[in-house]
Structure formats: C-alpha cells, structure tokens
Design a binder for this molecule. Sequence first.
Ligand code: PMP
Length: 354
Amino acid sequence: MSRFFSEKYNSLVPYTPGEQPKNTEYVKLNTNESPFPPSPKAVSLAQKEAEKLELYSDPECRDLVKTAAEYFGVSENEILFTNGSDEILNFAFSAFCDETHTAVFPDITYGFYPVFAEFNGIPYEEIPLENDFTVNTDAFCGVNKTVFIANPNAPTGIALPLDDIEKIIKSNPQSVVVVDEAYVDFGAESAVSLVHKYDNLLVTGTFSKSRSLAGGRLGFGIANKELIRDLNTVKYSTNPYNVNRMTMAAGIGALKDNAYFEKNCGEIKKVREYTASQLKAMGFTLTPSSANFIFAASDKIDGKTFYLKLKEKGILIRHFDKERIQSYNRITVGTKEQMDLFLSAVKEILKEQI
Ligand code: PMP
C-alpha cells in the first residue's frame, strides 16, 4: 500500500477472481464460464460493430434494451445494462445501502458481496446457511435490511423455490431485495415474473454463463422503473458508457439466437447430471446443483489437496479457503469430453490416496 492510499480502504480485502492462465493447456473448470463459444450471431454483430469503435457507445443501450425488454416481457424503463453483473451489484450496494440501511446475505455465497459492502462503507450481516447449505428463508424475512440472495446460490448451486424468494420480498417492504440470478438459466425459477408485483425487487442477471459472453462483460438488472432510475443515477455518476459497442451488439445477437442458448443450457444440465452421478459413485458428497457447476467433497481427500492434485494434472477447479466449506471444491461443468478428462483424473487421484 502506498502512503497515498486513502485511509478509508485500510481494511479493504479485494475479491480474488479465479485463475485465468495464459496458456490453454488446462482443462479450465474454475470460473463457471461456458465451454461453448458465443452464438455466431453474437460474434458477427460484434465484428461489424468493431468498425465503429471511434464513436462512444450508446449510454442508454437503446437497441439492446429494446431487444431485452421484449425478450424478458418488461418495459424498456425496467431494465438496465452494465459491465458484467458485478457492476450492477456494486451499483445496488451504492444505491440501496448505507450506514442506517445495512446489507444482509448468507455466510456462504458470492464472495464479492462482502467486498462491495466494504468498498461502499456499508455494514453487513451474514446469516448462516443451514447445515445442508440451504438458505434459511425465515431468517431473511422481516430483516429490514437490503437483502442480497444469489439464486441459485454460489458456490453451492442450490436454488430456492420462487415461493421462498417471494416470502423474503413480501416480508421486507421497506427494503430492496436483490436476487442475483447469474446461474438461473441452468435450473432455477426466475423472479423476473415478480417485478410488476413488488416495487422492492431487483433481479440481476448476466450474459457471462448461459450466453457465453464472460469476456464481453454484460450484465443487467430488471426492476420497477423507480429502482432502475436510481441505479441509472449511480451509473451516470460513475461510468455512463459502461457497456462497449461490441458487447452491446453481441448481447443483441445472443438474445436473438434463443435456440443456441437453449441447446447449450440443455447440454450443460445433462453433463452436470452425468458428472454428478459419476462423482457420487466415487463416494463424493454433492449439493443438489441447479447451476453450471458442482460443489463436491470427498472424505478420502481434503479439499485443498484435491484441488492441487488436479492442477498438477492440468485441470483447474475452484477451492475456497473458507472454514465451513474447506473440504469442498466448486467444479464448473464443461463439455462431456472435459468432464471425462476430469473424472479420469479424479479416479487416479483417489487411487493414489489408498
Ligand atoms: N453473481 C454470482 C453469484 C457470480 O458467481 C458471478 C460470477 N463471478 C457474478 C454475479 C458476476 O458475473 P459477471 O460480472 O461476469 O456478470
């Protein structure tokens, strides 16, 4: 830290993103990217747009907003695009939390929430997940704090039924409830259907996972127009051109190629179930995942060692040094071929343990 760094960030511990190795020798199952390339429609629209890069992008993202509003069945003033969904989550912490209206989220969830809270100087509470890693819905009811719930949750992959999400929203009418649906397309019910019913609901989503655009950085929020206006106030006070031209075009292409999106989500779900059953057969304990990753532990090998041994064999998964989940690892669902490579490496590692 230099002597110039603001004191307000003295205790800030930044988020640690998953490894992004330069060489492609690794089977990369560590950051929940899609193993499939973006839709050809997304690529060709982005390529065309590259020819106009001398001009700023449209701060209102009008073409993309129009396409997305139709796609999600909302009005154009009920949606906002951002540079990945990390950006809209950060905006939500800035817009809807402060010293008096603090934040609350589960103790085991997306690791960026406490960082955003710290960064924005917002006190926060972490409510422990149950022993089976499910969210304790009742504990989030009537909390009168800004609630952040990832559904499905990360890194567990466990989804909350929409009824439970609705209970949390309904019981906190004086607070915004942010439902982070980064992984919703792999098996959970979306809360977008509730935005016209509750004025305190913000649903966030991303094109990074199910639409293969992690490197494009495209996220969004859907909520009633007042909440979207607040988020726009934050956006226009920080970075009005937050979505670049090529990404905006790619986003339109991705939304217009729904068949490709559905095929890929279907394949991921199939390969997830296949991988899960193989891991179970090898004695692993798994949470029931509705996401594009599997959360697994074995009593034959500790979590960190398992991660390191797989890395030696050229396979990257994600280990979190957090006490409650130290025996677990998060494994992104790749192609069937990638998962077969992973599974045979796992077999070898378990054999070496005997
Ligand atoms: N929410 C959750 C739960 C995530 O796991 C991630 C991915 N790291 C994000 C949001 C942010 O993804 P992105 O910024 O790529 O949209």
